[in-house]
Design a protein around this ligand. Structure first.
Ligand code: 13P
Ligand code: SF4
Length: 304
């Protein structure tokens, strides 16, 4: 089948099922181009919470589809490629978090959405990189905080808010490999370019950037900036979005390879098959779902 045939089939099946296709900014271009909505984790969670579609097809990684199911227990949520995961989300288990909480009585647990439903269920409130500062600032000033699982996002929040937190030692293997040396080399090559990075990069890299933002935040920053040229410190799929929205601006990746393989597992064939067979359906045990939903809903109640 040609790409056009596949796209037509996807459209047909989507209409039959009253489905909506949500895609993250790191998805392959052909998936972004045919999705009903493309966004960052926060925007996608909000879309998932508000949709009136019967079926949510999530083109992203497992924790994102799981969050959509937590917020929509009555809807069918499909993740076209079941093994598309987030290695950072696997760096903390609910059992490890329970033990950490026991060692820190009285602490509030703030959990990055890049985590499992079981870990969210052990948490007081979730955050994404777009609303992390507001979520942490919403907690009473004298409230001690445990932050899981991203130590780099946690360090950036501490730096921005001046607030101490205990950080779980997780990280994104894709963003964490960006070095200050690589960014300095790009700055040397493109001295006019403005450096914008995602908060999952290491602190010494964030310190070199003009702005540190979630993916949607980077897009907004670039759109509003008078600058023409940018060095972008996040996953390479995002360049498709940036070029589409800002065709007259120039973008350089902060390192030659900036690839999240899990985000590239879905293609048109797999998406068509997922709609055809209604697979893979995401399920979350009800007791875990309810507790995870509380942490997600608390997050959604706080302005991003
Ligand atoms: P955003 O919330 O900025 O989209 O980030 C999600 C993610 O997985 C970054 O690696
Ligand atoms: Fe997870 Fe990193 Fe991939 Fe984002 S880029 S989904 S944090 S592994």
């Amino acid at each position: 089948m040609t790409s056009q045939d596949l796209a037509a089939l996807i459209e047909r099946r989507k209409r039959d099922l009253n489905a909506v296709i949500l895609a993250h900014f790191y998805q392959p271009p052909e998936i972004q181009d045919l999705a009903d909505f493309v966004g960052d984790s926060l925007q996608l969670a909000i879309q998932a919470a508000n949709t009136d579609a019967d079926v949510i097809v999530f083109c992203g990684v497992h924790f994102m589809a799981e969050s959509a199911k937590i917020l929509n227990p009555g809807k069918m949520v499909l993740l076209p490629y079941l093994q598309a995961g987030c290695p950072m989300a696997d760096m903390v288990t609910a059992e490890e978090l329970r033990k950490w909480k026991k060692e820190h009585p009285g602490y509030a647990v703030v959990t990055y959405v890049n985590s499992s439903a079981e870990v969210k269920a052990e948490s007081d409130v979730c955050c994404t990189s777009a609303n992390a500062l507001n979520v942490v600032r919403s907690l009473p000033a004298d409230q001690p905080v445990l932050f899981v699982p991203d130590r780099n996002l946690g360090a950036w929040i501490m730096n921005q808010t001046g607030r101490e937190m205990e950080l779980w030692p997780g990280y994104c293997p894709v963003h964490n490999q960006l070095t200050a040396g690589e960014v300095k080399e790009q700055i040397r090559r493109y001295p006019e370019a403005v450096v914008v990075v995602h908060p999952e990069v290491p602190p010494e890299v964030a310190a070199l950037a003009e702005a540190v933002r979630s993916t949607a935040g980077i897009l907004k920053y670039v759109q509003e900036s008078p600058a023409r040229e940018f060095i972008i410190g996040t996953e390479e799929g995002f360049l498709h979005t940036l070029k589409k929205h800002c065709p007259d601006k120039v973008f350089h990746l902060a390192r030659t390879e900036f690839l999240c393989e899990d985000m590239k597992k879905i293609n048109l064939e797999i998406l068509a098959q997922a709609l055809e067979r209604q697979e893979h359906q995401i399920e979350v045990p009800e007791d875990i779902r309810q507790r995870a939903e509380q942490a997600l809903k608390r997050m959604l109640a706080i302005a991003p």
